[in-house]
Write a protein that binds this ligand. Structure first.
Ligand code: MG
Length: 373
């Protein structure tokens, strides 16, 4: 294997784990992190959580699990191209969506509104809560006891108030320093993955059309290129040939610009990475094209009336469940009841956030609308 760049995260420069453990035998520390994430309960539940399309709308759409796998694949490829720590990038990518509520962004907004007087709800912070506290699998500690750099990558954003409460892991938001390049790359791999798979799922669901997408420069460009290379090609194959070209163009551009930024900033060590401006970036031209695509998706897919309708229903489910458990915490499962003493609202939010789309809908039916058929 090619040697890592001097600014990559390595075990030697890592700040390690909160609880010290014997070193793993046949794998590295960051591989161990990845393995712990894959074996977690929260990871398995990603299969039944969605971002845009609710789980019961069809089996063809991305779930948070397949999304996370796509982000991991892109992150690994780009990390390898930049000679960064692939295992760390993969671990961050697989964990990046663990804290999401059921029903995508609508669910997160609803739960945040319910938690307004109790410190709010934020999915990044929830992902960290899961790997630091909520997973109950190990005898010696709560959570997964991950490496500092994996946890840092999971906590993408954080308010200053929350950062202060978090201590060491929140420090960079107060000091205004950057996370590792591995974390920066995963953040943008996430954007590349969802922007492209939402085009695919949006077309498949017929909520958006090829004619509409042809008004978006980057899509029109690569659809034309695919059509020139494969005259007469149509249907799903043409869509896929277009999307794969978009993904490839974005990944290549990101790697090239990031490499140039590293050189221009004179970055040589991980510490340099932390004190430089954000280094992982697209070129100006590609960045503008990607913004245009994202605006298109926002206006035509995420705010499509059919999506908004389902989101509205989902928000009512979350709000009703929250009110129901707050009124009677005895309805919570025993392990969540144990957390009520430390804060009832947070215990309720942890329970609801952990639900899959269909479990939340079933619980709502059982508790809040028992006579409805
Ligand atoms: Mg994501």
């Amino acid at each position: 294997m090619e040697q890592l760049a001097a600014y990559a995260v390595t075990e030697a420069v890592s700040r390690g784990r909160l609880h010290s453990e014997p070193a793993p035998e046949n794998r590295g520390e960051f591989q161990r992190d990845r393995d712990r994430i894959i074996h977690s309960t929260a990871f398995r539940r990603l299969e039944y959580k969605t971002q845009v399309f609710i789980n019961h709308e069809g089996d063809l759409f991305r779930t948070r699990l397949t999304h996370s796998l796509e982000v991991a694949q892109l992150s690994r490829d780009m990390a390898r191209a930049l000679r960064l720590n692939e295992d760390l990038a993969e671990a961050i990518a697989l964990a990046h969506d663990l804290g999401h509520t059921p029903f995508g962004h609508a669910g997160q907004e609803a739960l945040n509104a319910c938690m307004k007087e109790y410190g709010g709800f934020e999915h990044n912070l929830q992902s960290l809560r899961i790997v630091d506290m909520l997973e109950e699998r190990y005898a010696a500690f709560d959570g997964l006891n991950l490496m500092h750099e994996t946890r840092e990558g999971i906590l993408k954003h954080c308010s200053l108030a929350n950062a202060r409460a978090l201590g060491e892991i929140g420090r960079r938001f107060i000091d205004d320093t950057r996370p590792s390049l591995e974390a920066q790359i995963v953040n943008l791999a996430d954007e590349i993955a969802y922007s492209n798979h939402d085009v695919d799922d949006g077309l498949r669901s017929r909520l958006i059309t090829l004619e509409q997408l042809d008004t978006v420069a980057i899509f029109a460009q690569y659809r034309r290129e695919a059509g020139t290379h494969w005259p007469g090609l149509g249907g799903r194959r043409l869509i896929h040939e277009t999307i794969r070209r978009m993904i490839n163009a974005m990944a290549l551009d990101l790697v090239a610009r990031t490499r140039a930024n590293i050189v221009a900033a004179g970055v040589e060590t991980l510490d340099d990475v932390r004190h430089a401006p954000a280094l992982a970036a697209y070129s100006g031209e590609l960045g503008a094209k990607l913004r245009e695509l994202k605006t298109f998706l926002y206006e035509n897919l995420y705010r499509h009336e059919r999506v908004l309708h389902v989101m509205g229903m989902s928000q009512r489910i979350i709000a009703k469940l929250f009110a129901t458990y707050m009124a009677d915490p005895g309805l919570l499962p025993p392990r969540h009841q144990e957390r009520v003493a430390a804060g009832k609202a947070r215990a309720v939010a942890d329970y609801i956030a952990g639900m899959t789309d269909r479990y939340a809908a079933e619980e709502h039916r059982r508790l809040c609308a028992p006579n409805a058929s």
